[in-house]
Design a protein around this ligand. Sequence first.
Ligand code: SF4
Length: 229
Amino acid sequence: MTVTDLQALAERAGRELEDAPAPEILRWAAETFGKRFCVTSSMEDAVVAHLASRALPGVDVVFLDTGYHFPETIGTRDAVAAVMDVNVITLTPRATVAEQDAAHGPRLHDRDPDLCCALRKVEPLERGLAAYDAWATGLRRDESPTRAGTPVVGWDARRGKVKVSPIARWTQEDVETYVSEHGVLTNPLLMDGYASVGCAPCTRRIASGEDARAGRWSGLAKTECGLHG
Ligand code: SF4
């Protein structure tokens, strides 16, 4: 399929599937793209991986190991790989944390988090997604104002890929219900005051009343890592 065909497909599916339940959106992605489709997961929870594994058993689940994750996040990834019918693929940055420190100085995440995310998240994902025509995310409209317009199927113009967000219309309550009904693996930090789990140096617990992503890059203007811009 050409990039033009993929874009037209994404835009049509976005309209036609706007009101479809998440399993139907993932069935469409599995039937349309087969092995050219993957799920990305931050290992905050395995909800989208679980939904996708039902539509496409053995589906590739791509995880970005930035070198700065909490041990609980790495443990969640390992548990997902061990118990779910998915193929976990771990992507790593070109430089280790030590090599990055040598090149840019220590704690780049404090001084230039956009560069740190570009090196440790954006570049590895773009390299990893080269093997696919479509990728799924766990983005939800209710997570923050920056995500309120997330389409269930959209066009990722930067990468020339179809971007599927099957739970875009879900609420936090919908996620919790699905986790509980299906016994889906979740990151233990969600039970310890964290509402959104990213790299350890850039993630804090949230206070009551704060939105789910308030604990990411706290105190900085930055709200997204650049993967979804
Ligand atoms: Fe670096 Fe923080 Fe971005 Fe992780 S979230 S890649 S530590 S700036």
